[in-house]
Design a protein around this ligand. Structure first.
Ligand code: FES
Length: 211
């Protein structure tokens, strides 16, 4: 009996190649399913553009009006950051971002890294005719400011400087990338912004926290 089980007829060449084909098909199907599960996981890290979810903070009419005052000269816009976590529940705290008037063609020319390669951001870098930047310096997290005397953003901690569209001025300070844009949208008649925290001191945009 044991001898009989040990021997298995390998089948004809046709049967063997059919079995090989089926085995390869199972492996390929597994890869497709794995990819299908991975892509939604990555996409879920950025706020959905069509959902009124907890990852967007609405601006008041006054704050939206302050945003619309932005020209080539950036303006600082305060807003109430709406955060939800399992421990504290929903909280609102005052935060701010920098806004500059911009169009996509100019942004693509001046900040091409935001649209492709490892520094790409997974949402529009321009929305409603503006680009808005996280106030967190991409070097080590200090708060930088717009210096109208030199027409640059300047970080007081280690001296990094950025132009009005957030491009890191080459050789001025140790930042490894430009300023980080934040998602902006109009939804249900309200301007909303989403707060994203990125890993600091890396050239690429690695998202650590949304909302
Ligand atoms: Fe801004 Fe270092 S934290 S230059």
């Amino acid at each position: 009996m044991a001898h009989a089980e040990a021997y298995k007829d390998p089948g004809t060449p046709d049967e063997q190649s059919r079995r090989t084909f089926m085995a390869n098909a199972v492996v390929a199907l597994g890869g497709v399913i794995g990819l299908g599960l991975t892509i939604p996981l990555l996409v879920s890290l950025v706020p959905a553009q069509d959902a009124n979810n907890e990852e967007w903070s609405p601006l008041t009419p006054e704050q939206a009006a302050a945003l619309r005052k932005a020209t080539d000269n950036p303006v600082k816009v305060t807003f109430n950051l709406h955060e939800v976590n399992g421990y504290f529940g929903a909280t609102d705290s005052e935060q701010f971002f920098w806004a500059v008037k911009a169009d996509e063609a100019t942004m693509r020319k001046r900040r091409p890294e935001l649209f492709g390669g490892i520094e790409k951001v997974p949402y529009p870098a321009i929305a409603l005719g503006f680009s808005v930047f996280s106030p967190i310096c991409p070097h080590l997290g200090c708060r930088y400011s717009w210096d109208s005397k030199i027409s640059r953003f300047h970080c007081p901690c280690h001296g990094s400087e950025f132009d009005n569209l957030g491009w890191h001025i080459t050789g001025v300070g140790p930042a490894l990338r430009g300023l980080d844009p934040l998602p902006l949208r109009e939804f249900s008649g309200k301007v909303q912004v989403s707060w994203i925290e990125y890993k600091q001191n890396t050239p690429d945009h690695i998202i650590l926290k949304v909302g």
